[in-house]
Ligand binder design. Structure first.
Ligand code: AMP
Length: 187
């Protein structure tokens, strides 16, 4: 059993095709016996993921800064565990420290920031934990093209796909993650 950190959108205004991706990830993650750690919100794909994990009998840990928790209606009230931090930076650190692997769903600036941080830390060898990017319907293709440009122009030392499993579906993202987990976590 692994603790998987999921980064994803906090928006409720996105198109109808995105929530099913989060729902599939949450359901499959729980069916495979993994635990979720995430930003603790009930909004957007974050809430969809957490509810799907619970509906499938899984365990949910949220990590939320006091300021966001205090904002009415943002925190997911049914989390099995809710870690409340003073700052956003402490929140990211708590998610990062407890995670065995990272899964990135479609999202906005917050998701990109979280993703790029774990990718940067991976590149610098601060960790060797698997990172999967769920690229259903090519959502992240423009970003991947930009990563190629960074690499071709030698702004990036390695090709992003050396460190990131780009998966066409949540199920394939979980397959890739499980293949990359150390034996003591995956068993
Ligand atoms: P975004 O992609 O900009 O919607 O930001 C989502 C990511 O940033 C999530 O993975 C969260 O960890 C964090 N985040 C942003 N907004 C919120 C919020 N309202 N509640 C909880 N976490 C949030």
């Amino acid at each position: 059993m692994a603790t998987l950190c999921v980064y994803c959108s906090s928006s409720d205004d996105i198109a109808d095709r995105y929530p099913p991706i989060a729902r599939a990830l949450g359901t499959e993650l729980a069916h495979r016996g993994h635990r979720l750690i995430y930003g603790g919100g009930r909004v957007g794909l974050m809430g969809v993921t957490a509810r799907a994990v619970h509906d499938a009998g899984g365990h949910v840990t949220g990590v939320i800064p006091e300021k966001l928790k205090a904002r009415e209606g943002i925190a997911y009230e049914f989390a099995d565990e809710m870690v409340v931090t003073d700052t956003m930076a402490e929140r990211k650190e708590a998610m990062y420290t407890r995670a065995d692997a990272f899964v990135v769903l479609p999202g906005g600036y917050g998701t990109l920031e979280e993703f790029l941080e774990v990718l940067t830390l991976r590149q610098l060898d601060y960790h060797r934990r698997p990172i999967a990017l769920v690229n259903t319907d090519g959502f992240y293709d423009p970003l991947l093209r930009f990563f190629d440009r960074l690499y071709d122009a030698k702004f990036a030392r390695v090709d992003a796909e050396t460190h990131v499993h780009v998966a066409p579906s949540p199920e394939e993202a979980l397959d890739a993650i499980e293949n990359g987990l150390p034996a003591d976590v995956s068993s």
